[in-house]
Design a protein around this ligand. Sequence first.
Ligand SMILES: [Zn+2]
Length: 132
Amino acid sequence: MATKQLMAKIERFKKTLESERQLLIADLAMALHAVDSTEVQRVLQKLKTLSCDEIVDALADEESQEVNRILNRLRAVDASLAQTELGLYGFCADCEKSIETDMLQRDATTQRCYACDQIHKHVIKNNKRILL
Ligand SMILES: [Zn+2]
């Protein structure tokens, strides 16, 4: 793929990731409103000024499943955004080839190409057997 096209593709996914991050922060704010804790309410007040790492740190003790689900996703989105800055976005973590566009469209935080993803899923499924 020509470099120009590749850059445009990465730019598109970067926008997707940025809007997902905004949505996640909004979801997180909603979920935190429901938590009855002064500490959490303090985090909530400065949510928009905190980096992803700071948010994850500040809410490390939070046990709400919903909050943790959002934080996990936020971490994945933030890591992918960092990769777009470093020019590492869209490459498979295992084989280093470009990840198929439709894989990225399904989930913009995907870290593996189709082939490696299949192997990875297979390994997880059979992990027990392989370890034994
Ligand atoms: Zn791969």
